[in-house]
Ligand binder design. Structure first.
Ligand code: XIL
Length: 370
């Protein structure tokens, strides 16, 4: 294909060759984002940068704005903004819609956050412990959101707080193993949104989670958002991670999920899209980070042609659903640029291979734009 030859020539011929791009193909539907890593937003990965700036118009930080990255130590001088500043500068330089990920999550949060100064675990039954954790959450959100006020336009305020048991009979709304839930209960969700809104009243504030196609989890999501809306909590978008595999979600399930969630009246963002192509990944519908090793298994440096076709077909199904729900969906973000960058690289789950070349799935996605 001549299509991507212009990258080598430094993009100068873009207007002459009119290459197919994701952001161009979907410009009347939704923004197209991508999660970027340190080597990309610092410019070291020049091929990656060429793809990011030509194909996408929005970025998410794969890890740079997680608590452990931006606030590794306790206290007012425990912040480290080096990576996050470089990420935001990269987005501004390239005129991209910049997303922040994520403020309150159970993973990639240092242990000190949930312990007192002597290392004793904080207890939900102890009022002083609860006050201390809320104070930390408040300071973290005000500092991080405040620093990028007006620059980061969208925040994942709360990530993965829902119980992900696939059984509808499990009546727990929230993830019981999360220290946020264990110590503070639903209050941390309410406060996180309120404090983020205070720090940047114009920012779009998302609740973000995975597997919300599964009926039990979807019902919990809807219950949670309705509860927040009844209390006038400023949650202003729903993030659906959409870590899919070759057969899940089915077209019907994806359509059902988007139909149901759109009824909440909030914009929907597809926040972490990928399609796991590894054989192990076909059984697992959860994107729980603690189970990720189970989801990919051994590396497959090249993806077999038959799997490439299945991957393309599943991407086509997903984008057909996104197009159908284009009134609700405002942003579709891929969780990584190439297969080699992916957290599930063993499943070759993205549109570009490890040599920055478009796969059949890329053309299948673009085809859905028409
Ligand atoms: C993943 C990153 O891609 C990895 O680099 C990191 O080691 C673990 O986290 N849900 C999320 C993302 O919200 O932050 C996770 O990202 C993938 C699952």
């Amino acid at each position: 294909m001549v299509l991507f030859a212009f990258f080598a020539a430094g993009c100068a011929s873009e207007t002459i060759n009119q290459p197919t791009t994701l952001k161009g193909a979907f410009k009347h539907d939704f923004s197209i984002g991508v999660a970027v890593n340190q080597r990309q937003f610092t410019g070291a990965d020049t091929n990656g940068v060429a793809l990011i700036t030509s194909q996408f118009n929005s970025i998410s930080p794969e890890n740079a704005l997680k608590w452990e990255s931006v606030h590794p130590r306790p206290g007012a001088d425990g912040y480290d903004f080096a990576a996050a500043d470089a990420y935001v500068a990269f987005g501004e330089r390239n005129h991209m819609l910049i997303v922040g990920h994520t403020l309150a999550w159970h993973a990639q949060t240092p242990a000190w956050v949930f312990r007192d100064e002597n290392g004793r675990p904080l207890q939900g039954t102890n009022a002083a412990d609860r006050a201390l954790l809320l104070q930390r959450l408040h300071d973290h959100i005000q500092t991080v959101v405040g620093r990028y006020r007006g620059q980061i336009k969208i925040w994942d305020v709360v990530n993965e707080a829902l119980n992900d048991n696939e059984s509808i009979a499990d009546t727990n709304l929230l993830r019981q193993r999360s220290p946020w839930v264990r110590i503070l209960g639903p209050e941390f969700i309410v406060k996180a949104f309120e404090w983020a809104h205070e720090a940047d009243p114009k920012a779009i504030l998302r609740y973000n989670d995975y597997s919300i196609e599964n009926p039990a989890k979807r019902a919990r999501l809807i219950a949670l958002i309705k509860m927040l809306q009844a209390q006038h909590v400023p949650v202003t978008a729903i993030g659906s991670q959409t870590h899919a595999n070759l057969t899940w979600p089915s077209p019907q399930l994806e359509d059902e999920a988007l139909t149901d969630i759109a009824k909440l009246g909030l914009p929907i963002h597809i926040t972490e899209l990928d399609v796991n192509g590894s054989s192990r990944g076909q059984r697992l519908q959860s994107a729980d980070v603690s189970q990720n090793a189970l989801a990919t298994g051994g590396n497959q440096p090249t993806q077999a042609a038959a799997v490439q076709e299945q991957l393309a077909a599943q991407y086509a199904n997903l984008f057909a659903a996104f197009k159908k729900h284009r009134d609700a969906i405002k942003l579709v973000t891929f969780w990584g640029v190439t297969d080699a960058d992916s957290w599930r690289r063993g499943g070759n789950p993205l549109l570009f291979d490890g040599h920055w070349q478009p796969k059949p799935a890329f053309y299948a996605v673009v085809q859905q734009a028409k």
